[in-house]
Design a protein around this ligand. Structure first.
Ligand code: SF4
Length: 132
Protein backbone atom coordinates (compact mmCIF):
# COMPACT_ATOMS: atom_id res chain seq x y z
CA UNK A 1 0.00 0.00 0.00
CA UNK A 2 1.34 3.43 -0.89
CA UNK A 3 1.87 6.11 1.72
CA UNK A 4 -0.84 8.19 -0.03
CA UNK A 5 -3.37 5.39 0.36
CA UNK A 6 -2.43 4.92 4.01
CA UNK A 7 -2.93 8.63 4.62
CA UNK A 8 -6.28 8.60 2.80
CA UNK A 9 -7.58 5.91 5.13
CA UNK A 10 -7.57 8.32 8.02
CA UNK A 11 -6.18 8.05 11.53
CA UNK A 12 -4.99 4.60 12.48
CA UNK A 13 -2.43 3.40 14.95
CA UNK A 14 1.15 3.31 13.74
CA UNK A 15 1.23 -0.40 14.55
CA UNK A 16 -1.43 -0.99 11.84
CA UNK A 17 -2.89 -4.37 11.02
CA UNK A 18 -0.73 -7.46 11.35
CA UNK A 19 -1.25 -11.07 10.45
CA UNK A 20 -0.53 -12.14 14.02
CA UNK A 21 -1.39 -9.49 16.57
CA UNK A 22 0.52 -9.63 19.85
CA UNK A 23 -1.43 -8.01 22.66
CA UNK A 24 0.49 -7.72 25.93
CA UNK A 25 -1.10 -6.52 29.15
CA UNK A 26 1.99 -4.36 29.82
CA UNK A 27 0.86 -4.23 33.43
CA UNK A 28 2.42 -2.42 36.35
CA UNK A 29 4.35 -5.35 37.73
CA UNK A 30 7.41 -7.39 36.81
CA UNK A 31 5.27 -9.99 35.05
CA UNK A 32 3.28 -7.31 33.22
CA UNK A 33 6.54 -5.79 32.02
CA UNK A 34 7.76 -9.25 31.00
CA UNK A 35 4.56 -9.69 28.98
CA UNK A 36 5.37 -6.46 27.19
CA UNK A 37 8.98 -7.49 26.64
CA UNK A 38 7.82 -10.80 25.20
CA UNK A 39 5.65 -8.97 22.68
CA UNK A 40 8.62 -6.77 21.74
CA UNK A 41 10.99 -9.73 21.33
CA UNK A 42 8.48 -11.78 19.34
CA UNK A 43 7.93 -8.79 17.07
CA UNK A 44 11.68 -8.51 16.50
CA UNK A 45 11.75 -12.22 15.64
CA UNK A 46 9.00 -11.69 13.07
CA UNK A 47 6.59 -13.98 14.91
CA UNK A 48 3.88 -11.35 15.08
CA UNK A 49 3.42 -7.68 15.67
CA UNK A 50 3.05 -5.87 18.94
CA UNK A 51 -0.23 -4.03 19.07
CA UNK A 52 -1.83 -1.42 21.31
CA UNK A 53 -3.78 -3.41 23.89
CA UNK A 54 -4.96 -0.43 25.89
CA UNK A 55 -6.72 0.90 22.79
CA UNK A 56 -8.85 -2.25 22.77
CA UNK A 57 -10.06 -1.50 26.28
CA UNK A 58 -10.63 2.12 25.28
CA UNK A 59 -12.61 1.13 22.17
CA UNK A 60 -10.39 3.37 20.03
CA UNK A 61 -11.66 2.94 16.47
CA UNK A 62 -8.29 2.75 14.68
CA UNK A 63 -7.04 0.17 17.16
CA UNK A 64 -10.19 -1.92 16.84
CA UNK A 65 -9.82 -1.75 13.05
CA UNK A 66 -6.23 -2.97 13.31
CA UNK A 67 -7.35 -5.91 15.44
CA UNK A 68 -10.05 -6.76 12.92
CA UNK A 69 -7.33 -6.95 10.27
CA UNK A 70 -5.38 -9.67 12.05
CA UNK A 71 -5.56 -13.33 11.16
CA UNK A 72 -4.74 -14.45 14.68
CA UNK A 73 -4.69 -12.77 18.04
CA UNK A 74 -2.26 -13.71 20.79
CA UNK A 75 -2.82 -12.27 24.25
CA UNK A 76 0.21 -12.11 26.53
CA UNK A 77 -0.78 -11.60 30.15
CA UNK A 78 1.41 -11.20 33.17
CA UNK A 79 -0.79 -12.99 35.65
CA UNK A 80 -4.05 -14.95 36.00
CA UNK A 81 -6.15 -11.79 36.06
CA UNK A 82 -5.80 -11.99 32.25
CA UNK A 83 -6.39 -8.31 31.56
CA UNK A 84 -5.25 -8.45 27.92
CA UNK A 85 -7.32 -11.50 27.12
CA UNK A 86 -10.41 -10.18 28.85
CA UNK A 87 -10.12 -6.80 27.14
CA UNK A 88 -9.94 -8.48 23.75
CA UNK A 89 -12.82 -10.83 24.46
CA UNK A 90 -14.97 -8.05 25.86
CA UNK A 91 -14.42 -6.23 22.56
CA UNK A 92 -15.66 -9.32 20.72
CA UNK A 93 -12.34 -10.75 19.54
CA UNK A 94 -11.37 -14.39 19.66
CA UNK A 95 -8.05 -14.99 21.34
CA UNK A 96 -6.22 -17.78 19.53
CA UNK A 97 -3.51 -18.23 22.12
CA UNK A 98 -3.03 -16.82 25.60
CA UNK A 99 0.41 -16.74 27.18
CA UNK A 100 0.41 -16.13 30.94
CA UNK A 101 3.84 -15.24 32.31
CA UNK A 102 3.20 -16.49 35.87
CA UNK A 103 2.18 -19.87 34.44
CA UNK A 104 5.64 -20.07 32.88
CA UNK A 105 7.26 -19.83 36.29
CA UNK A 106 7.91 -16.14 36.91
CA UNK A 107 6.58 -14.95 40.27
CA UNK A 108 4.60 -11.73 40.44
CA UNK A 109 6.22 -9.02 42.53
CA UNK A 110 9.60 -7.45 42.82
CA UNK A 111 11.55 -5.07 40.68
CA UNK A 112 10.19 -3.66 37.45
CA UNK A 113 13.73 -3.81 36.09
CA UNK A 114 13.91 -7.16 34.38
CA UNK A 115 17.14 -9.12 34.58
CA UNK A 116 18.35 -10.05 31.12
CA UNK A 117 18.97 -13.65 32.23
CA UNK A 118 15.34 -13.90 33.36
CA UNK A 119 14.15 -12.41 30.08
CA UNK A 120 16.18 -14.97 28.13
CA UNK A 121 14.79 -17.84 30.20
CA UNK A 122 11.23 -16.59 29.89
CA UNK A 123 11.53 -16.07 26.14
CA UNK A 124 12.57 -19.70 25.71
CA UNK A 125 9.40 -20.69 27.55
CA UNK A 126 7.19 -18.21 25.68
CA UNK A 127 8.48 -19.47 22.34
CA UNK A 128 7.90 -23.08 23.41
CA UNK A 129 4.36 -22.26 24.57
CA UNK A 130 3.60 -20.63 21.23
CA UNK A 131 4.86 -23.67 19.36
CA UNK A 132 2.43 -26.01 21.17
S1 SF4 B 1 -2.78 -9.47 33.69
FE1 SF4 B 1 -1.87 -9.17 35.72
S2 SF4 B 1 0.08 -8.13 35.30
FE2 SF4 B 1 -1.20 -7.88 33.48
S3 SF4 B 1 -2.25 -5.89 33.73
FE3 SF4 B 1 -3.59 -7.53 34.54
S4 SF4 B 1 -3.15 -7.58 36.74
FE4 SF4 B 1 -1.44 -6.49 35.74
Amino acid sequence: MTEELKMAEGPTCACEAAIIGLYACSGGSNVGQMANRAAVELTKQGRGKIMCTVGIGGNVSGIIKSAEGTDEIIAIDGCPLLCARKSLERAGFTVGKNIVITELGMKKGGSLDLEENDVKEMMTKVEAALSN
